[in-house]
Design a protein around this ligand. Structure first.
Ligand code: 13P
Ligand code: SF4
Length: 358
C-alpha cells in the first residue's frame, strides 16, 4: 500500500485549516419545550401531506426527527439506504434531514424531484477536507487508478470518480476491484481507507488524508479502561474511527450494520463508537439492552464534537417546518455535474443489488 499522507501537515494543511475554520461557524444547539415541539410536529405532519413530501432522516439526527420520519411514512436509515429510499419513493418532494452530501445524493438520483433540507448549512468534515480542485489534481497523477470515493463528498468530487460508496458497501467494492487487480485511489476518510486496506489486503491503494471530526475523537486508552469496567459488553464501532479503536471492536460496520449487530448479538451490553444519535434506533429495536457511548476524551479534556456531529445537529423541528412551509432550502445540483455523478452512484446501487441477489 502507498499512503498519501507521508507529510500531512504540508500536503493537506489547506484542507485541514478550512475544516477547522468551518467548524467555528456551527451554531449552538437549542432545545424546544415539549408543547412547542408538539406544535411543530403537528404542522409538519400536515405539510408533508399537503406537499406530497416524504421525510428521510439519518440515524445521527435528533431523535425527534427520526421519530417523525417513522410516524409519517418516511424512513430513518444510513446514507446508502437513504439514497435508495429516496430513489424508490413515489413522493414528488423528498425532505432530507442529514448533511449536505445526503441532500445532493438525493438530487443526483432524483433530478426530477424537489429535494429540501431543513438547513443547507449542514456539511461534513470529510466533504470539506476533499476539495475538488486538489483532489482532481492528485488523481491526474495516477491515471491508471480506479477512483473510489466515499459518499461523504461533494457532487463535483463524485462526478469525477469511478465509484461512489458508503461505509456499508466500501469493503465489498474495494475487494471486488482488488480481485480484478485494479489499483485504487480511496478518498476522503483515511481511517476507513486504512481499515479497508487492512481487511482486503489491497496492495495498490492510495489513501487521501481526510477524517471525520466526530469519530476521530474516540480514545483508545479510555476505551480499554471502559472495556475493563464492562467486560461483558461488546464494542460496536463505525469504520471512520481510528484503527486502534477498530482493533478493539467486536463489530465494525456502517450505522445499519452496527444496529443490526446490537439487535442480533447475544450480549446485553454494548459500547458504541459512533454518533450518539444512533442510540435512538438501538434502544427502540433492543429495549432490553444497555448502550454506553465510547469515550471521546481522556479525563478532564473537552471536545467540540463529543460523539455528536455538529452538522447533523443543525437539523431541527423548527427549520424542518420552515423549509416545508416555504418550500425553501431546495437542493440544486448542476445538471451536467449531476449526470456525471449518477454513473458512479448508480454503479454502487447496481453492485448492491447484485450482492443481495448473489
Ligand atoms: P453511514 O453511511 O454509516 O450512514 O455513515 C454516514 C456518516 O456520515 C457517518 O459518519
Ligand atoms: Fe461527516 Fe462525521 Fe458528521 Fe458523518 S459524523 S456527517 S462523517 S462529520
Amino acid at each position: 500500500m502507498t499512503i498519501l499522507n507521508k507529510n500531512p501537515e504540508s500536503e493537506f494543511a489547506a484542507e485541514r485549516a478550512f475544516v477547522r475554520s468551518y467548524l467555528d461557524r456551527v451554531p449552538a444547539q437549542c432545545t424546544l419545550p415539549d408543547a412547542r415541539a408538539n406544535e411543530y410536529r403537528e404542522k409538519i405532519r400536515e405539510l408533508l401531506q399537503a406537499r406530497d413530501a416524504v421525510l428521510v432522516a439519518h440515524y445521527y439526527t435528533d431523535a425527534s426527527l427520526q421519530a417523525l420520519a417513522e410516524e409519517t411514512g418516511g424512513f430513518v436509515a444510513d446514507s446508502l439506504e437513504m439514497a435508495r429510499f429516496g430513489h424508490e419513493s413515489p413522493a414528488s418532494t423528498i425532505v432530507v434531514a442529514g448533511v449536505k452530501f445526503m441532500g445532493e445524493t438525493a438530487k443526483i438520483l432524483n433530478p426530477e424531484k424537489t429535494i429540501l433540507m431543513p438547513t443547507l448549512e449542514a456539511t461534513c468534515s470529510l466533504d470539506l477536507g476533499c476539495p475538488v480542485d486538489s483532489f482532481s489534481e492528485f488523481c491526474s497523477r495516477y491515471p491508471d487508478h480506479q477512483v473510489v470515493v466515499y459518499a461523504n463528498t461533494s457532487a463535483a468530487v463524485k462526478a469525477m470518480s469511478d465509484w461512489v460508496v458508503t461505509s456499508a458497501i466500501a469493503l465489498d467494492v474495494v475487494e471486488h476491484l482488488t480481485e480484478q487487480g485494479k489499483p485504487v485511489i480511496w478518498a476522503p476518510d483515511k481511517h476507513l481507507g486504512n481499515y479497508i486496506q487492512k481487511q482486503t489486503g489491497a496492495e495498490n491503494m492510495l489513501i487521501w488524508d481526510g477524517a471525520c471530526i466526530v469519530h476521530e475523537e474516540f480514545k483508545t486508552r479510555a476505551l480499554e479502561s471502559m472495556r475493563h469496567l464492562h467486560p461483558d459488553a461488546a464494542i460496536l464501532a463505525h469504520p471512520e474511527s481510528p484503527m486502534a479503536v477498530l482493533e478493539q471492536a467486536d463489530v465494525v460496520g456502517s450505522t445499519t450494520q452496527i444496529i443490526k449487530a446490537a439487535v442480533e448479538r447475544p450480549e446485553k451490553k454494548f459500547i458504541v463508537a459512533t454518533d450518539a444519535g444512533i442510540l435512538y434506533k438501538m434502544q427502540q429495536l433492543a429495549p432490553d439492552k444497555e448502550f454506553i457511548l465510547a469515550p471521546t476524551a481522556g479525563e478532564g479534556a473537552t471536545c467540540r464534537s463529543c460523539a455528536n456531529c455538529p452538522w447533523m445537529g443543525m437539523n431541527t423541528l423548527e427549520n424542518l417546518y420552515t423549509s416545508l412551509l416555504n418550500m425553501s432550502n431546495e437542493v440544486n445540483v448542476d445538471p451536467e455535474l449531476g449526470r456525471k455523478a449518477t454513473v458512479p452512484l448508480q454503479r454502487m446501487l447496481d453492485f448492491r443489488k447484485s450482492l443481495n441477489a448473489g
